[in-house]
Design a protein around this ligand. Sequence first.
Ligand code: AMP
Ligand code: MG
Length: 300
Amino acid sequence: MNTVYGSYFDTVNSICADCGTDTLEACMQLCDSYERMLSKTIPGSDVWKINHCKGGPVPISPDTRNILECAFRFYQLTEGAFNIALKPLIDVWDIKHRHSLPSEEEITEAMRYLEIDGWELQGDCLIVPNEKAGIDLGGIAKGYIADRIADFLKSEGAASALLNFGGNIVCFGGKPDGSPWKIGLQTPFAPSQAEYFAVTELNEGTVVTSGIYERFFHADGRTYHHIIDPRTGWPSRSGILSASVIGKDSMTADALSTSLLLLGWEKGLKLAEENGYYALCITENGEVHRSEKWNINIIQ
Ligand code: AMP
Ligand code: MG
């Protein structure tokens, strides 16, 4: 087995696979080209063009289209809670740099531009409804990219691999010794990212975790985090600290885990199961709620 590390999509990525280092280097090059296609901040990316076109049609790549189709489906499935057209509001909250609350006026103004209805896929183009509208694929793109890199590894003949894209795990083939991969679920707000509260075994598939501990700041004695509820304009208050989803495809699991943090555990678990996935949520008061069929070992 060989391992490669990279720094893409605002996180650390690692890929461990039974293939040559040249194939792993090619994986990192693929990550680089996906970042240049989907980043909000790299000029010329599809997302950058969408967010700077001031309305109208924007030509997009087939990959971007695949992600948008799934994202629009999740908008419907979550009745508007999962909304990639949230960029105006995400810019107002700017969780990475902010240490104080935005004003109600800023939030109300941004909320005028979150309507998904005007967005439309037309042939090779995305129609952007107005000049203030914008998208953010942070809740779904990593899963899609991890799926594509796993497909690439399989096409290059790898029989076994484990990819970790900052909370999005994709694996196939089990470990070379024939045992399944062991995947730990991170303890929310633990001092070390290597502290796990549960371990699950998986030969092939994905485990994706979203948590409010990933990006946040404190103000007025509360925690304000990076998953914003478009229905209120504020970071979601579903009572969930972290949500993990296990299943087949990482893009779907990625959209689901973010959706769970918005919907709360009851609706969230139901949504995951209806789509053929299992989920587990930890709540603020320390409860663990999970799909009964997920055979997972809870350590504490
Ligand atoms: P994840 O870590 O996959 O849960 O994704 C979190 C990211 O999703 C945030 O950093 C934002 O880029 C994006 N995001 C935040 N709120 C929402 C929302 N309501 N719907 C869709 N994406 C969101
Ligand atoms: Mg997600």
